[in-house]
Design a protein around this ligand. Structure first.
Ligand SMILES: NC(=O)c1ccc[n+]([C@@H]2O[C@H](COP(=O)([O-])OP(=O)(O)OC[C@H]3O[C@@H](n4cnc5c(N)ncnc54)[C@H](O)[C@@H]3O)[C@@H](O)[C@H]2O)c1
Length: 449
């Protein structure tokens, strides 16, 4: 296939965005077609999970550019891909590269997902972005809308979606094997990073290798501290989305896809150790989301428990529902009128039906979902065949899943029950929650154009 055939979306989409005014529009160009119709990638955030995302890109195409705010990390990856141009600011990278790339990977901390992805998508770039898709609900809605408007191939990094076991689980839930479902319980051993702590008061100098202004991106200004970068940004309200944001796009994924856990009616924090100083997410929390009738499915509740060992034992209501099965550190339990679905695999890739005796003779429903060649491969195939639906965790799905997940984060931050109006993206009972549904952006890093 000619590169022009599978990459026409880049051409149609054109370029928009204030930071790009005056830049050359991305148009179909035969002259710089790269050899072998390889997808040309730019990778944003190349350490941590970005290390494997970048290497996945390298296996599937050509790495044209690498971007990381940490020069040590950037140089390490650049040694592997010596032909790639290096950047520490993704805005500059995208502006300069224009039509020299077809696709981006975004593996930065959560607060930068949407700004980097939206800029690339407005330029018509196919986008792979880590989970949760975004930091705020509004951002998830915008990325989902952009993907549809520009007909881009997208995939969120909840890789369990590609497992055969995951797809079997979705098929089984869709087929109604458990009867009407009333409640779901999900628990996790996260956070395994600091939460429930105060902001550090010491102000060490910014290391020479770290571009702190670019790390902050859309977030409020604050002095550099080693307690944020790398990895531990997760626990901080302004950067991360806490244990819920970190894990739920994996752990509720099979239930969300199988049972349409979208556009909740309400969410409330049943109990929590509490947010500390408006700075860090709680040490532990229990959050209940209520879903109404969905295309003929019975209303149900989803109760989320985080905190690992720090969650008090007497608060683990799910333990009584396990039919004598061992309770694991993390798990998903879907309770139906006929039986239950129990997965101790964080990605929903394995499950057992309970009670075991009752389901001994159970026959799997017929496969209705295609089996995947791999999560990243599936996305690249979507690009090459111009079929965005081939990537199962495309932003149409992943955006809705992320909204469900982030609604719990809104309830935590707002401190009240949220009666949710999904269509208008607002808390019907608490206008003050609006500040947690969207964010103020630092100049130069807005998702709005
Ligand atoms: N799918 C999975 O199983 C999985 C596993 C781990 C992390 N993640 C996700 O991956 C993302 C990154 O998490 P992590 O654990 O790798 O974090 P990390 O802090 O270890 O790594 C993030 C990388 O991005 C770089 N970075 C930070 N801000 C940047 C910016 N503005 N521009 C360019 N580079 C920037 C950092 O220097 C670092 O190299 C998160 O969204 C996280 O939820 C997914």
């Amino acid at each position: 296939m000619k590169r022009r055939d599978f990459l026409t979306t880049s051409a149609i989409a054109g370029v928009s965005g204030s930071f790009l005014r005056g830049a050359a529009p991305a148009v179909a160009r035969a002259a710089d077609e790269s050899p072998n119709s390889k997808v040309r990638f730019a990778c944003i955030g190349v350490g941590g999970k970005g290390d494997s995302d970048t290497n996945d890109a390298g296996k599937h195409g050509e790495i044209v550019a690498l971007c990381d705010i940490d020069e040590k990390t950037l140089d390490k990856m650049a040694a592997k891909y010596p032909n790639a141009k290096k950047y520490f600011d993704y805005r500059k990278m995208l502006e300069e590269l224009g039509d020299k790339i077809d696709a981006v990977t975004v593996s930065t901390p959560d607060h930068s997902h949407a700004v980097a992805s939206a800029m690339a998508m407005r330029m018509g770039k196919h986008t792979f972005c880590q989970k949760p898709l975004t930091w705020s609900i509004e951002e998830a809605r915008i990325l989902r809308t952009l993907a549809a408007e520009k007909n881009l191939c997208t995939q969120m990094g909840n890789q369990g979606t590609a497992d055969d076991g995951f797809r079997e689980g979705v098929e089984l839930l869709k087929a109604g094997a458990l009867g009407p479902i009333k409640e779901i319980h999900v628990w996790t051993n996260r956070p395994i990073w600091p939460q429930g702590v105060k902001r550090p008061t010491d102000t060490p100098g910014i290391p020479n290798n770290v571009h702190w202004y670019e790390f902050l991106g859309p977030a409020h200004d604050r002095p550099y501290h080693g307690g944020y970068h790398p990895f531990n940004w997760r626990g901080w309200l302004d950067f991360g989305t806490g244990a819920l944001g970190d894990m739920a796009c994996h752990t509720i994924n099979v239930a969300a896809m199988g049972l349409e856990l979208f556009d909740a009616e309400s969410v409330e924090v049943l109990d929590t150790s509490g947010i500390v100083d408006r700075e860090t997410y709680p040490t532990w929390s229990i959050i209940k989301t209520q879903f109404g009738e969905r295309n003929g499915r019975a209303p149900l509740s989803l109760t989320w428990y985080d905190g690992g060992d720090k969650l008090p034992e007497e608060k683990r209501a799910y333990k009584k529902l396990l039919h004598g099965e061992k309770s694991s550190g993390s798990g998903l339990l879907i309770v139906g009128e006929k039986g239950s679905f129990y997965s101790v695999n964080d990605y929903g890739a394995e499950h057992v039906l309970l009670p075991r005796d009752k389901y001994k003779e159970f026959k799997k429903p017929e496969a209705t979902l295609p089996r995947s060649p791999g999560h990243f491969t599936e996305w690249v195939e979507a690009i090459k065949t111009k079929d965005p639906k081939k990537a199962l965790s495309n932003f149409e799905y992943a955006g809705r899943l992320t909204e469900t997940v982030l609604l719990g984060v809104v309830a935590l931050k707002a401190g009240t029950k949220i009666e949710w109006d999904a269509k208008d993206m607002r808390a019907k009972n608490n206008s003050a929650a609006d500040q947690y549904i969207r964010r103020d952006y630092r100049k130069g890093f807005s998702i709005h154009v």
